[in-house]
Design a protein around this ligand. Sequence first.
Ligand code: 5GP
Length: 113
Amino acid sequence: MSDTIFGKIISKEMPADIIYEDEHCMAFRDVNPQAPVHFLVVPLKPIARLQDISTGDEAVIGHVHTVITALADQEGIADAYRVVVNSGAAAGQSVFHLHFHVFGGRRMSWPPG
Ligand code: 5GP
């Protein structure tokens, strides 16, 4: 597992408000939410950045998206939500274990900052 905060959450060394887990991914609430609903969907595989995925990761990346839609239903935000991946420090990535932010429960503006 990656030596990051998210690796420690996945291995249960660190606590988190986990809302979903299966053999490929885990979802937990962001500790510093930027919307009324803000959770992270994280592949268990320690891929550092979106830019580091390979063809062998296609199934898990696709699976993450079906999990996102199911959790959007579960969290009551299916009508409108935003999915964000920050890939690289200059794009805002601070934890180098790939994760998909899911935001909902408020109106979103565009463009993002
Ligand atoms: P990034 O900046 O890498 O795109 O997103 C990292 C996210 O992880 C941030 O939104 C931050 O609030 C969240 N985060 C950082 N540390 C923890 C933690 O220990 N637990 C949880 N649940 N979220 C965290």
